[in-house]
Design a protein around this ligand. Structure first.
Ligand SMILES: Nc1ncnc2c1ncn2[C@@H]1O[C@H](COP(=O)(O)OP(=O)(O)OP(=O)(O)O)[C@@H](O)[C@H]1O
Length: 386
């Protein structure tokens, strides 16, 4: 096992597409790092550079503390698992798993022992005589992973390995892969656009957008304290509600946030009020996750917004209620499917507000997020690393 680092790495493809831009990233020995971001943000390009399949245009990939520029792909000790499994259809599962050992000239007894050992770890030791066409999707992916680790790679790279599987299988395999990687002490770089995979599997997440590393940290840190509004909108389900607020400083008293036709006051002693005050007379983006919102009688005093119920989503154990508070929604570019301008309130399943009904939503001020509308960056103290 080893460490992986990217130092000021950029990749510009012939034709001029900037796929990766000045990325600095370190993966510790035995760490499970997830690269998360929307399609086309440069995740696979990073994996290809670490694997040695692509040279960075600028910067350096460092493996185990040594620059890897001149180390060919086959000598890097890096294995890769793809979303389409990439098993050889004419070989049995056993021969597929053993293939990297054959290439490495492994002795026959050792080969058999090693194949059985990894197949057992993945629970497919009874399938070694079958061909890939005779396996389910989950079994194929297990076989592909067994093949990837049979030669005990220093680094395991996984490129959306679960995206071709159905939801039930995906959620089962998430825990299995992460657990196995940890028990084997593997250093892993795992690519996905699925934030639930990232949240549930990663030791640390690196969030990319347009080739730029926007945020990096433990899953709970990135969730609670996102560096930009793009990260805020991308991480978390249901998505953070983002809406515009006009800032007005009332000296020595509070900072007023005018949201649609309503006003919420940030008391002056609040450190974040001071940071938001720099935007006096301008619009900012306010972000609220469901946990920052509570139902309240419409028109209650305090930080309460009143709005109309637009949509109900029943999840069995809870209901998500979208409430239109008359504010402009903010849509971070690249997230076109984002629903905007509505707060998402979590209520008990037996609470059933009617469509069009006016309801009150109490805001927990400490849990609101504030972002600069121009550069998307968080406003106020971050309260964590960097
Ligand atoms: N061989 C190539 N030649 C030119 N441009 C490329 C090439 N491969 C990728 N790109 C471009 O580089 C950018 C990053 O692509 P990359 O595949 O790394 O993104 P990704 O985040 O892995 O996307 P996805 O999740 O869709 O696989 C995209 O704009 C893509 O179109």
């Amino acid at each position: 096992m080893t460490t992986v680092a990217l130092r000021d790495v950029s990749l510009i493809y012939p034709g001029g597409t900037v796929a990766v831009q000045d990325v600095n990233l370190s993966v510790a020995d035995g760490e499970f790092m997830v690269l998360l971001g929307p399609s086309g943000c440069g995740k696979s390009s990073i994996l290809r550079m670490v694997a040695g399949l692509q040279r960075p245009t600028r910067g350096q990939v460092v493996l185990g503390g040594a620059p890897a520029d001149d180390v060919p792909a086959r000598s890097r000790g890096v294995s890769m698992v793809f979303q389409d499994f990439a098993l050889y259809p004419h070989l049995t599962v056993g021969d597929n798993i053993g293939f990297p050992l054959d290439v490495g000239g492994c002795l026959s007894a050792e080969r058999t022992e090693r194949i059985t050992e990894v197949a057992k770890a993945f629970g497919i030791d009874d399938l070694l005589g079958r061909r890939p066409a005779e396996l389910s999707g989950g079994q194929r992916q297990r076989a592909a992973m067994a093949r990837a680790i049979v030669r005990e790679p220093r680094v395991l790279l996984m490129d959306e390995p679960l995206s071709n599987l159905d939801a039930v299988l995906r959620s089962g395999l998430r825990g299995e892969i992460a657990g196995l990687a940890r028990s084997l002490g593997l250093t892993v770089l795992y690519v996905t656009h699925d934030q639930i995979e990232a949240q549930t599997m990663a030791d640390r997440i690196a969030v990319l957008r347009n080739g730029v590393l926007e945020d990096e940290g433990r899953p709970d840190e990135v969730y609670r304290n996102p560096a930009t509004m793009h990260v805020a909108a991308f991480v978390g389900s249901p998505r953070m509600s983002l809406f515009k607020a006009y800032v007005q400083v009332v000296v020595d008293s509070h900072v007023a946030l005018h949201i649609g036709g309503q006003t919420v006051e940030l008391p002056w002693p609040d450190m974040r009020a001071r940071a938001v005050a720099h935007y006096d007379g301008e619009d900012i983006a306010v972000g609220a996750r469901t946990e920052a919102l509570r139902p309240a009688p419409a028109g209650s005093s305090g930080p309460v917004l009143t709005g109309q119920v637009r949509h109900l989503e029943h999840h069995g154990h809870e209901t998500l209620v979208s409430v239109d508070v008359g504010a402009w929604g903010v849509e971070p570019c690249g997230l076109h499917e984002l629903r905007t301008g509505e707060l998402v309130l979590r209520v008990r399943p037996d609470v059933r507000p009617a469509h069009g009904e006016y309801v009150g939503v109490r805001l927990c001020l400490e849990e609101l997020h504030f972002f600069d509308l121009e550069n998307g960056r968080r406003i106020g103290p971050r309260g964590r690393r960097r």
